[in-house]
Design a protein around this ligand. Structure first.
Ligand code: CTP
Length: 423
């Protein structure tokens, strides 16, 4: 019997686990930490996504806890799960132990109540199928019925049975994600099952949206190009486009995207909403032709808006060439760049090899796009301009002058308008 020292968990979180533990003991319910949290505790990797499974109705238990402690509860009756959120921002997910069976490959599983063994057995890999008891009498005892600890120590990703990737093809992506993130190896037989699943196009049995959600998790990993390369080597990039493979992947561009995203994070306003995964998606599709990208996007489950952004990264490529003008004025760069999405800007920043183009994009992101004029439409109406189109044009010109550093204060803007002899 292996006992895990849970004292290593940050004390704030340990305290919350103990709250659940205490309530479970009062109600005489068996409760366990499970999944990725247990895996990461065992390899001393930081993970604050606490998942607890109870052999009881998790929503009932969560209600009880939230009544006694200062927590908010969000319950999902359909899944038999509840999330407890504390004011500090800490969260614990509670779920009822369950059995799962698949009615057909790729379908969502049919769920029924079970015990902890059932709940562990339904999981993807042995390293994700361990539990740690949190009841007082057995606090810290590791439940490891499927040699997960051994695989964890040997750095192996192993499925439970040969149909695992067929039942749930999203596990193809998950196997690669954990392998690359943790520096593990997909165990030999598991790799064969995985390749069989890829070759039989198992991914096509899952709704594209579900597969894409799991793929996005890869694109959110650090150094995701390694994950993508591995996926390509195993033949698993075909779901994006039949011609996509490890060879068609532009790994250097993907690395460069990583550096540009880092630059963006360090230098730009972080309240700007930028989807990192979209920038990588642009990078993945870069080696395909326009029609191939169009086909790939049409069969994807990307929202219309996201599809447009990605497609535009292909069509706007030449527009960026406009930045190559020698001694380009800031306002000229602004006119070219202002029509692009943030994702495209970061993508082009990563893609261009020209230092002056790079500088223009960086300047646009850090400076030009924040410049505002102090004159507005009402001021112009006050000066006798009534035509809407003319108002728009004048305001735009004022902005360009300001971007070029020719105007600074409101006084400068007023003087400029006076010189224009408006009517
Ligand atoms: N799980 C599974 N099959 C899936 C998705 C999830 O068996 N297709 C199980 C695994 O046991 C996993 C747990 O549910 O550990 C939680 O899922 P998720 O949060 O996606 O995985 P984590 O292991 O927590 O991964 P991460 O560290 O990236 O959060």
């Amino acid at each position: 019997m292996k006992k895990i020292d849970l004292k290593k968990i940050p004390s704030e979180f340990l305290r919350l686990i103990e709250i659940v533990s205490k309530e479970a003991d009062i109600q005489n319910i068996d409760a366990y930490l499970v999944g990725g949290f247990v895996r990461d505790v065992l390899i001393e990797k930081k993970n604050l996504d606490i998942d607890i499974v109870v052999e009881f109705d998790a929503i009932e238990l969560a209600k009880e806890i939230s009544q006694k402690h200062k927590t908010t509860i969000t319950s999902y009756p359909h899944f038999g799960t509840a999330t407890l959120s504390w004011e500090s921002g800490a969260k614990i997910d509670l779920a009822s132990a369950r059995k799962e069976r698949y009615s057909r490959p790729g379908a969502l599983p049919i769920v029924s109540a079970g015990v902890i063994r059932d709940d562990l057995m339904r999981r993807d890999f042995t390293i994700n199928a361990m539990a740690i008891s949190i009841n007082k009498k057995s606090f810290g005892v590791l439940v490891d019925e499927f040699h997960g600890f051994e695989d964890l120590m040997e750095k192996k990703i192993r499925v439970f049975h040969e149909k695992s990737f067929i039942d749930d093809p999203t596990r193809i992506l998950r196997a690669i994600r954990f392998e690359q993130r943790l520096g593990f190896q997909i165990e030999k037989q598991t790799r064969e099952f995985l390749i069989d699943a890829i070759e039989s196009d198992a991914a096509a049995t899952v709704t594209p949206g579900r597969y894409l959600e799991e793929f996005k998790k890869i694109l959110k990993e650090a150094e995701c190009e390694k994950h993508l390369k591995r996926l390509g080597e195993l033949g698993g990039l075909g779901f994006i486009h039949l011609r996509m493979s490890a060879e068609t992947l532009n790994v250097e561009l993907l690395k460069s995207i990583g550096r540009s995203l880092e630059w963006f994070q360090e230098n730009c306003d972080l309240s700007l909403s930028l989807s990192r995964w979209i920038v990588y998606f642009m990078g993945i599709l870069d080696s395909l032709g326009l029609d191939e990208v169009r086909n790939s996007l049409e069969k994807s489950s990307l929202s219309r808006k996201d599809q447009e952004k990605v497609f535009s990264s292909k069509t706007e490529c030449e527009v960026i060439g406009g930045l190559l003008v020698e001694a380009i004025k800031p306002s000229q760069a602004y006119k070219i760049l202002n029509r692009l999405s943030l994702e495209e800007l970061v993508f082009f920043l990563a893609k261009t090899k020209d230092e002056s183009v790079k500088r223009s994009i960086e300047k646009f992101l850090t400076d030009y796009r924040h410049i505002k004029i102090l004159t507005d439409g009402k001021d112009l109406i006050g000066l006798g301009v009534t035509d809407g189109k003319q108002i728009k044009e004048i305001l735009q010109n004022l902005l360009y002058k300001k971007i070029d550093g020719e105007l600074q204060t409101k006084g400068d803007e007023d003087n400029y308008l006076q010189q224009m002899e408006l009517k």
